[in-house]
Design a protein around this ligand. Structure first.
Ligand SMILES: [Zn+2]
Ligand SMILES: [Zn+2]
Length: 92
């Protein structure tokens, strides 16, 4: 298989970033799935920072920092509420 540099889109900030040939070979060797985030976002995740402002949980009203960009108009749930919902749906 021929390798060539790919351009991927970061799921976090939407920026395009290069996925080098050596990177692809390494990921394939390690059986990793291709990176979803650009270097900057991966680094900020590794440092435990989130680039997102806190949002209010639709359910309980607690402020929390989501690990994703909430879509405007859609409800957002904090981790507690997500777990509660999961438990509820398991019990059903
Ligand atoms: Zn990014
Ligand atoms: Zn909540």
């Amino acid at each position: 298989m021929e390798y060539e540099q790919k351009t991927l889109t970061c799921v976090q900030c939407g920026e395009h970033f290069p996925f080098s040939v050596s990177g692809q070979k390494f990921f394939e060797q390690m059986r990793f799935t291709p990176p979803k985030r650009c270097v900057r976002c991966r680094r900020s995740r590794a440092e435990g920072k989130t680039e997102f402002a806190e949002v209010k949980c639709t359910e309980c009203g607690n402020n929390f920092a989501p690990r994703f960009t909430p879509r405007p108009g859609l409800p957002v749930f904090c981790r507690d509420c997500v777990q509660k919902q999961r438990r509820a749906s398991c019990a059903a």
